[in-house]
Design a protein around this ligand. Structure first.
Ligand code: AMP
Ligand code: ZN
Length: 438
């Protein structure tokens, strides 16, 4: 099978002497990042240009995780100042407002979301500009439509229908997208998200920081190859299979759990954390009363855990490809015709995950044609307002929808209910034309 590999990277252009069509100001604060971005669409049906973006992140390393009230207070103290400076920098004011405001409506932490949604409503009223309340995961899903820096227009964007693995601190989903508004969740997560699990595993191993999944990757990258080979060859199916007495298995492999659970095919990541906690308790606290791993044991657990977490993702996706492909007599063919695979969200920044997906996914289950992978630029993988601006522009132009100012943030918002929630308002052709100046 031929596999092509594309990446897209953030394009930062000064305002050139092109014809300006319309600009969108985007704000995102669904979790612990306060983000703002300005995008400009200069040609219809082409990705917008990213004029600029900014991000500030709550420091949570000392308290061992993101506290919702601290995140709320942080955004309340940050967003307005950030927006004022950003608007000042780009000449945005009441006399020169953007044409559209996009803000994350959900899913996310209620307090974090509301600090931006209320602020965005205020801007929308003051500037008399339409507002779009954006689904955060639609933002992640669309980042691969942004071009590489050397490409204008995008030479190789994904084509509908396509599959997306959305893997972040709060979500892990495999989604089948047939259009901007039609998304089917093929695999959901039964407990905690992959990023959350990696963060907690890394903390359990004694790492410190804000983005511990990334710290864990760096820590593993620094393990000498000879040791990685040793860990790779080590059998951890049973405790007696290795000298560390370490046991690790992929979720949903035992006959008791079966391959499927009630909600269909699911991811599960909590057990990777409990596995380390139990091991620590059994072999390091009770037996040796130190509670700390020696350095080599720490490297082994870090290596094996990251490998198994990613192997689990691949195992579940391969099961989905088989279940919804065309080869087995029981397959339902739901994924036939899909030729593009997007991997997005914070964990998609991980090079080992990208490598494994590229190498181990069995796309021949759904057809013989070459398959294209799309991995957004690293800076677009974690939360940002660029993706919210892009998604908002697509919703406004293609779906001709905006959000009524009575809307409230949605802590939970399944992606397959994108347009069925309250407060969407149809935009007539005149308003689209007025805003987009086409
Ligand atoms: P998001 O929720 O999309 O902002 O992504 C944040 C999550 O991505 C956190 O759980 C991070 O630890 C995780 N993350 C970021 N970079 C990496 C990386 N290189 N490898 C693994 N996880 C990462
Ligand atoms: Zn996210």
């Amino acid at each position: 099978m031929i596999r092509t590999f594309t990446t897209s990277i953030t394009r930062r252009l000064p305002v050139l002497n092109h014809v300006r069509l319309y600009r969108a100001l985007a704000i995102e604060s669904s979790c612990d990042d306060s983000c703002i971005a300005l995008l400009e669409r200069t040609k219809p049906n082409q990705p917008p240009t990213i004029i600029d973006h900014a991000k500030k992140t709550l420091h949570s390393a000392d308290v061992g995780g993101i506290m919702p009230t601290a995140a709320y207070t942080y955004h309340m103290a940050t967003i307005a100042n950030m927006c004022r400076d950003f608007c000042h920098k780009h000449g945005i004011s009441a006399t020169s407002p953007p044409d559209l405001i996009c803000v994350t409506r959900g899913p996310g932490m209620a307090g974090s979301l509301s600090s931006s949604t209320e602020f965005a409503k205020g801007l929308s009223v003051a500037w008399n500009v339409p507002l779009v309340g954006v689904h955060h995961m639609l933002g992640h899903l669309l980042t691969s439509f942004l071009p590489q820096s050397s490409q204008q227009p995008h030479a190789n964007p994904p084509q509908f229908p396509f599959l997306s693995l959305l893997c972040s601190g709060g979500h892990t989903l495999l989604v089948l997208s047939k259009s901007i508004s039609e998304h089917e969740i093929i695999i959901n997560v039964s407990d905690i998200a992959v990023g959350d699990s990696l963060d907690k595993c890394a903390r359990e191993l004694g790492m410190y920081g804000n983005m511990l999944g990334r710290e864990l990757e760096t820590f593993i990258n620094n393990i000498p190859q000879i040791e990685k080979d040793e860990f790779e060859a080590m059998n951890v199916d049973t405790r007696i299979g290795n000298k560390y007495k370490f046991r690790l298995t992929l979720p949903y492999q035992t006959p008791k759990n079966g391959k499927f659970n009630e909600g269909g095919i699911q991811f599960a990541f909590a057990q990777f954390l409990s596995n380390i906690q139990e091991y620590k308790k059994k072999f390091y606290i009770s037996d040796r009363s130190s509670g700390e791993f020696d350095e080599k044991t720490k490297r082994m657990i870090a290596y094996k855990t990251q490998e198994f977490v990613f192997d689990h993702i691949i195992d579940r996706i391969n099961l989905a490809l088989k279940t919804h492909g065309l080869r087995k007599s029981t397959a339902d063919g739901k994924l036939v015709g899909v030729r593009d695979f997007v991997c997005s969200g914070g964990v998609a920044a991980n090079k080992r995950l990208r490598e494994k997906l590229f190498r181990d996914l069995k796309f021949d289950e759904i057809g013989p044609d070459p398959f294209k992978f799309h991995f957004p630029d690293l800076s677009l993988c974690t939360d940002n307002a660029i993706m919210i601006g892009l998604a908002g522009m697509e919703i406004f132009e293609k779906l001709q929808l905006k959000t009524d100012l009575s809307f409230t943030p949605l802590r939970k918002w399944p992606l397959d209910e994108l347009t069925t929630v309250d407060s969407w308002t149809n935009v007539d052709e005149d308003e689209v034309n007025r805003v987009c100046k086409y």
